[in-house]
Design a protein around this ligand. Structure first.
Ligand SMILES: Nc1ncnc2c1ncn2[C@@H]1O[C@H](COP(=O)(O)OP(=O)(O)OP(=O)(O)O)[C@@H](O)[C@H]1O
Length: 626
């Protein structure tokens, strides 16, 4: 039975029907990290909302005062008209100042909060994604991941940056306005609410439709990004095989689908704006009609009617604002949904909470001590560490399709082993299992007697160095490509370069160790990249060295240099070497021959040739140059 969960669908297919509130709550832990900012920005909504709602009331009072109607406030009665109007003007000015000063400040606080939230989400996403097992990256195209990390987080940021979260202050204003309206004249207030409710329902409906369309358009955008990324990474093949037109056609089709989904979402967006536009006008007409009737019956003053006309207008302003920010807010919700899809992706390969063992403190204590120990050791002795043991290991990438079948062997400390076999035999899979990029379906792998599941991944991967066929270089200088962020002294960097015969090449570069390399090292040759990868391994002083076709890309001259470096690097270390060219592995201690995931032969070159089995046939074919 596989220990892996059944292969999951890509996150976007895994979409849950989470409602907006639940999605919104997912942001709370992030908002809580900036608790004070959140509290202050929410608190400021109160004075802003009150100032906003008092203004129509003051205008109503001014009209009543001029017309000498009943209903004028006590403090305005028994004053001259001009005195009363001056007081109202003064109060009006105060509300304007409160609104202007606090709205700007509140907006600034909310944007700051938003930027902090999105920055924290971006960092969490990056950390989570880089902790996921290789398995996840094999089923998720890079373009899709980039869309999540960049475009979706950006959309979330837009909700704050464009002031779309101002919707909360708008909603708060609406509640205060409703309160004021009912306190003045409940019948007209009720009329306005009866218009508001169906409209709110209609908007919720449009919003749901928009969300669906927006989600689909985001998926198409992910596809566009994936295609773009694939074409850029494979530009050599695209151009060499004249696939430009074919790929352009594929891209055009994906783009067409994206535009189609985008059109649907734009339609719902426009529908919301249009609805709110005419509803606002209808509300004012309704107030004038009902207010006019009440006025004729002397049940309403002009002052209150004017206040209500303004309230009708203001009541719909938050909804109109909502319509304007509708696209941004909905895209924000879609973004939270998609970002959560990645954050909810389980980390399949985890360190145990308290790793029971440390391969490093088995004998020597901490890693620095082991490295010192390694450097002062007598290189003629057999090392004590670096034993690798596979105990009845079975492994399948999916279901029961085993690519490794019952591997059971021990590699002794300091032993050099070559893994050979036809393509697809499972050689690289053995290495991936040993590095714990995947976990065996059955069986155990032990290093120095400790199950690798008991060892912290960082420690395990520091204990061994893997050199692949294609060295991957990061944008940065030569030096940082050797240290990879760990702290090493200048002497150590130079020594590692000397040991691996790459020092001469580095010294010829315009700025030596400080020469900037482009991303993926496009400004140096494959052989030079590979030499740097050797220096990277040498500086780490690993106990186990793994070479996966590491010299396959080198020309004869560079290979001789590398071979010399390798001989030095391999001394007193356990090594596993994968090579298709059998001539390069003749001197290893033992050769393991893999075929369809099974270990079918093992022994020294001479023994295997003498046995006349599969290895011998492979060797003879290579000798004949077939
Ligand atoms: N990520 C993967 N998902 C599913 N199957 C895989 C995956 N990687 C490899 N395989 C399959 O596992 C088998 C062993 O592959 P592996 O890469 O270990 O072979 P290999 O001996 O290293 O081959 P080569 O010499 O060509 O590098 C192959 O049948 C391959 O198709």
């Amino acid at each position: 039975m596989s220990i892996y969960p059944k292969p999951k669908k890509a996150p976007e297919n895994n979409r849950q029907n989470s409602n907006d509130w639940r999605l919104f709550l997912r942001l709370l832990p992030y908002a809580r990290r900036s608790g004070k900012l959140l509290a202050l920005s929410m608190f400021l909504l109160v004075p802003i909302g009150v100032a906003n709602s008092v203004q129509p009331l003051l205008i109503g009072q001014a009209v009543s005062l001029i017309r000498q109607e009943p209903g004028v406030y006590e403090f305005l009665k028994n004053r001259s008209l001009i005195e009363g109007l001056n007081i109202i003007q003064g109060l009006f000015l105060v509300t304007i100042i409160i609104k202007l000063a606090l709205t700007g400040y509140q907006g600034y606080l909310v944007q700051k909060l938003g930027q902090r939230i999105t920055a924290a989400i971006r960092v969490d996403l990056f950390h989570h994604v880089t902790s996921l097992a290789v398995n996840f990256f094999e089923r998720t195209p890079i373009g899709k991941l980039i869309t999540r990390l960049i475009n979706d987080v950006e959309s979330l940021g837009d909700v704050f940056a464009t002031g779309a979260v101002g919707i909360f202050s708008d909603l708060f204003s609406m509640l205060v306005i409703i309160g004021f309206m009912f306190s003045i004249q409940w019948q007209i207030a009720l009329l306005l609410i009866s218009v508001l409710l169906p409209i709110a329902w209609l908007i919720i409906y449009f919003q749901k439709q928009y969300r669906k369309a927006n989600y689909k358009s985001r998926e198409e955008l992910s596809r566009i990004n994936s295609q773009l990324q694939e074409n850029i990474v494979g530009i050599d093949v695209v151009q060499l095989f004249r696939r430009e037109n074919f790929n352009s056609e594929l891209f055009r089709n994906t783009n067409k689908k994206y535009i189609k989904e985008l059109d649907t979402s734009i339609w719902y967006d426009s529908a919301v704006s249009a609805t709110l536009e005419w509803v606002g006008l209808i509300a004012i007409a309704g107030v004038l009609w009902a207010g006019g009737l009440l006025l004729l019956e002397d049940n309403l003053t002009f002052g209150i009617l004017s206040a209500f006309v303004l309230y009708a207008q203001r009541l719909f302003i938050p909804l109109q604002n909502f319509a304007e920010k509708f696209t941004t807010i909905q895209s924000g919700f879609t973004a939270i949904e998609r970002v959560n899809g990645v954050l909810d992706e389980p980390i399949e390969i985890r360190d145990k909470a308290n790793p029971r063992f440390s391969i490093l403190d088995n004998k020597f204590g901490y890693i620095d001590e082991i490295i010192n120990g390694l450097e002062t050791q007598n290189f003629t002795q057999t090392p004590e560490l670096g034993e690798i043991k596979f105990e009845n290991v079975w492994f399948a990438y999916k279901d029961d399709d085993y690519v490794i079948k019952d591997l059971d062997f021990t590699i002794h400390p300091g032993e050099k082993i070559a893994l050979v076999g036809p393509t697809g035999a499972g050689k690289s899979s053995v290495i991936r299992l040993l590095c714990r990029l995947y976990e065996p379906t059955q069986g155990r792998i032990l290093i120095d007697g400790v199950d690798i599941r008991e060892i912290a991944q960082a420690e395990l991967r520091r204990y061994m160095a893997v050199i692949l066929q294609e060295a991957f270089l990061f944008a940065g200088d030569v030096k940082s490509n050797i240290t990879l962020g760990d702290s090493y002294s200048w002497e150590e960097i130079e020594q590692a370069a000397e040991k691996t015969n790459v020092a001469d090449f580095i010294n010829q570069l315009p700025q030596g160790y400080d020469t900037e390399l482009r991303a993926r090292g496009t400004n140096i040759s494959s052989g030079q990249k590979q030499l740097l990868a050797f220096a990277r391994a040498a500086i780490r002083n690993p106990q186990i060295l793994i070479l996966d076709e590491a010299t396959a890309n080198l020309d004869v001259g560079t290979e001789a240099l590398v071979q010399q470096a390798l001989n030095q690097l391999l001394t007193r270390r356990t090594a596993i070497i994968i090579a298709h060219r059998l001539s390069t592995i003749r001197n290893v201690d033992r050769i393991f021959v893999l075929k369809r995931g099974e270990l079918i032969e093992q022994g020294s070159h001479e023994q295997l040739i003498a046995e006349g089995g599969f290895y011998s046939t492979l060797h003879n074919l290579q000798m004949l140059g077939i």
